[in-house]
Ligand binder design. Sequence first.
Ligand SMILES: [Zn+2]
Length: 381
Amino acid sequence: MKKTYKVVVGLVAVLLLAAVIYVVLPLFAKDSIQLVEIDPVLQDHDEQTWISFAEDSGLILRGQDGKIQSVYLVWKDLPGQWTLIADGKKITCGEHGFLHEYVKLEKPADKVIIQAQTDLCDVYAFEENATIPDWVQIWQDPWEHADMLVMPTHADDEHIFFGAMMPYYAAERGLKVQVAYFTHHWHQYPREHELLNGLWTVGIRAYPIISEFKDEYADTIPEAEAMYPLDDALAYQVGLLRRFKPSVVVTHDLNGEYGHGVHKYNAYCMTQAVALAADATAYPETAEQYGVWDTPKLYLHLYPENQIIMDWYKPMDAFDGRNGFDVAAEGYAKHVSQQAGGFIIYGKGTEYDSRKFGLYRSTVGPDVVGGDVFENITKFY
Ligand SMILES: [Zn+2]
């Protein structure tokens, strides 16, 4: 659904928490503003509905009872640079490259104007002292260095096949977990939104890395390699390892779980990338940029050697006592477009058990106790 505002159409609403008036109008029009109810598409929590900005138009937000302290925007696509004008002061936004963006103003403002080239799905504004609801995604930039790098192939694999790896280590244990995807879904709207909604739900706060490889299906590694040349795939993974310097890397089953060729390929490439990242002569550009990195531990899902079984049935304090499976399921439920695929969060007794990971590579010795991918790791960022 798309709506374009071309004329002096005003829209007004009282937002639950913020009590803010919204107006979309050509910014330089001197005509009186006709105030109407806010277009519900801007506050329906639905990325399938949006408005477009006409040229020279903007979205005006006004506090009804108090000043605006922050705004939360869900863009349809990456917005690039956009402008926020707070009480006449122009602020350039979008520099973080976030699709879902929270902006806190330095100083509360009576009037905020948003100008962008990108379609807008949702906007919410919050007054001073408003409690920001949990569903507002206040993303941080990717970690400078991460304790763990999680490398799913597609948006939703991170929940289905890796279970509670993210909520347990990021939220329950408070470690720096960085997620990086092998492929992107920009051509499969609204999967990139679902990706963020899922990660946010399971406690990830560092914005994910999304590759330039377009999601396409393959059965085999050669088929995948034909779409994503080995040199490009390795350069991407080696760059991630050197940039984030993770103690632990978690990725797919070498057999691609249910046989997806790109899952296989992602895992296959990572088994090579961990060695290459430590070699300054391989991909020297990122070696120079970030330094080399010798990854202490690489776990592959379902890898039969040196296998550990994670306890995702344990209640987690960070999620009010809900266990890993509950939380992973909540994350997966955000992938609304993928629910017809018949996938579940694989648990005990299932073919793709998300608790089972094998230690493919270790520079810190074997796991002895088990049940913790950080066993033998002593350095944390
Ligand atoms: Zn997948």
